[in-house]
Design a protein around this ligand. Structure first.
Ligand code: NAG
Ligand code: NAG
Ligand code: NAG
Ligand code: NAG
Ligand code: NAG
Ligand code: NAG
Ligand code: NAG
Ligand code: NAG
Ligand code: NAG
Ligand code: NAG
Ligand code: NAG
Length: 417
């Protein structure tokens, strides 16, 4: 057997997995079992960002929505709903008159929660100075009121600020309740004669919120066998960073990516990520690992060099040449605008990229004398040809770099024996 075939696996280094516990444990709070995609704030980092629960007194499960407390009855993981009620309604002093203070406000664009179709609104008008005269308003008996002030509930859920203003009410709150409960509260129409129709019970029976069981951010992570969650951003003390928790440790987007599972080959002290290996054609496609972490405008720091006894450049490559630190004192002549790229490279001055296009040669040499550093790296000719070079200097070159270059390895029979 050719020695290279033994040697090659030895060159493939697996970077050590980050020693981080898979922190996706289930939790309990009183009778509640809490598991993914919900999480208990104190127990786990694993769960969707908007689905963080708080356990009070070891028994009361709270879902904070815009920092207002909603008590959780139950979570139906199959139907993707959570049943909650406004914790203000639990104030035991006025069981007949639930004194609410806050409208449920969900920021639909960014929220992981939304009202369920089973919900229906009722409106409370608290401490109105004038008697409400419209027919659907039911006076609430049992509310604490000073003087002549009265409170009302509007089962049809329609109330505008204008009505509240007209009747000089202190506060208006629109509360979601379950439609089936509301129907029982108002059997038929018009409304029953007295206000003690169990409005408190209806509010305390709560409503449902649907949660997003799929998100573009988390789908890829979950499909790769990971758990989506949040981790404190190491760069920013207050920031939270969406993270994919994998058996091998946390990854950015999905499991199997990132340093914990990517084969890396080291050539002349530099790391190259292995994109693919073809044992038939004895070729390997490598990408400079710096390029993969460099964002949309990556920087190459070095030429590609390798032990030419075993590895060979192939005719499937072309060179891209970068010039860094150019014209650090003088303005860049307009003739070079079309080669200029974003990253500054290591140090001051402008940066440029040249393709192997022969027409560019003379210009490139003119430019090079004004630059501190040049790096020439192989890229795949087929990729270069297929690339739209119109946006090349706006970062398009990065897409070419990321697809790597090809090297062939030899089966050198002279080395046998
Ligand atoms: C958490 O609970 C769910 C549902 O009961 C279960 O499928 C899962 O295996 C549990 N996870 C752990 C880590 O115990
Ligand atoms: C938790 O317990 C404290 C006192 O022990 C009490 O004041 C508070 O209302 C309780 N909270 C809940 C949600 O039961
Ligand atoms: C909560 O319950 C756990 C176990 O049931 C117990 O170990 C812990 O001390 C309790 N905490 C409080 C604050 O009661
Ligand atoms: C309840 O009221 C809110 C606004 O307060 C509204 O966005 C929502 O659509 C209403 N729900 C129903 C079922 O009418
Ligand atoms: C408001 O209605 C109550 C009966 O519900 C009545 O006693 C009171 O006089 C009315 N107040 C006014 C200003 O009409
Ligand atoms: C609740 O919503 C209603 C209708 O949108 C509004 O008139 C009222 O002021 C809101 N109440 C609170 C406490 O924000
Ligand atoms: C209100 O009416 C219901 C029946 O419609 C009755 O059961 C209840 O006792 C009444 N409450 C008051 C405070 O009158
Ligand atoms: C190559 O990767 C190893 C392990 O991931 C790392 O310790 C080393 O610093 C890297 N070398 C270079 C030149 O980036
Ligand atoms: C690899 O070979 C190609 C085609 O022969 C050539 O254009 C390129 O400059 C070579 N690259 C290196 C790094 O030698
Ligand atoms: C491509 O770049 C390498 C250095 O990385 C250099 O040795 C080779 O001569 C270059 N090929 C051409 C055609 O410029
Ligand atoms: C360049 O344009 C192609 C499509 O023509 C697009 O796929 C690619 O993302 C663009 N690259 C950059 C860095 O804008």
């Amino acid at each position: 057997m050719a020695p290279l075939l033994l040697l090659l696996p030895a060159l493939l280094l697996l970077a050590a997995a980050d020693a981080f516990p898979a922190s996706c444990s289930n939790a309990t709070c009183g009778v509640h079992d809490i598991h993914y995609p919900f999480r208990l704030d104190s127990a786990s980092d694993c769960g969707y960002p908007g689905l963080v629960l708080v356990c009070e007194n070891n028994s009361t499960l709270i879902l904070p929505v815009k920092s207002h407390r909603y008590r959780v009855f139950s979570i139906d993981y199959g139907r993707h709903t959570v049943s909650v009620f406004d914790a203000d309604a639990d104030d035991g002093e006025y069981p007949v008159c639930p004194r609410l203070h806050v409208n449920l406000t969900i920021d639909y664009a960014s929220s992981w929660l939304q009202p369920a179709p089973s919900d229906s609104n009722i409106t409370f008008l608290y401490n109105c100075k004038k008697n409400a005269s419209w027919s659907s308003a039911v006076e609430l008996i049992g509310c604490q009121a000073d003087g002549d002030k009265r409170s009302y509930v509007l089962p049809d859920g329609v109330a505008t600020g204008a009505e509240a203003y007209e009747y000089e009410c202190e506060e208006v709150v629109v509360a979601p309740v379950l439609g089936v409960h509301k129907a029982r509260m108002v059997p038929g129409s018009p409304a029953p004669a007295n206000g003690s129709v169990g409005v408190g019970d209806v509010v305390r029976a709560g409503f449902e919120l649907m949660y997003n069981a799929h998100s573009p951010q988390c789908d890829g992570c979950e499909r790769s066998g990971g758990w989506c969650g949040y981790r404190h951003d190491q760069m920013d003390a207050d920031g939270m960073e969406l993270t994919c928790f994998c058996d091998s440790g946390p990854a950015a987007d999905r499991c199997g990516e990132g340093p914990s599972a990517t084969p890396v080959i080291r050539l002349a002290g530099e790391n190259y990520t292995v994109q693919s290996i073809s044992y038939d054609s004895r070729t390997i496609i490598l990408t400079d690992s710096d390029v993969l972490i460099g964002g949309s405008c990556p920087v190459v720091h070095h030429d590609v060099s390798f032990d030419s006894v075993w590895l060979h450049n192939t005719s499937y490559n072309d060179n891209l040449t970068f010039h860094f630190g150019c014209y650090s004192r003088d303005p860049v002549p307009p003739a070079f605008d079309k080669y200029q790229i974003d990253p500054a490279g290591d140090g001051d001055g402008a940066s440029f990229v040249f393709t192997p296009d022969n027409h560019d040669r003379a210009q490139e040499q003119d430019l090079a004398v004004h630059c501190n550093d040049a790096v020439s790296v192989p890229v795949r000719s087929d990729v270069l040809m297929a690339t739209n070079q119109n946006n090349f200097t706006r970062g398009g070159y990065g897409d070419v770099l990321k697809q790597g270059f090809e090297l062939a390895w030899s089966m050198n029979n002279e080395q046998d024996g």
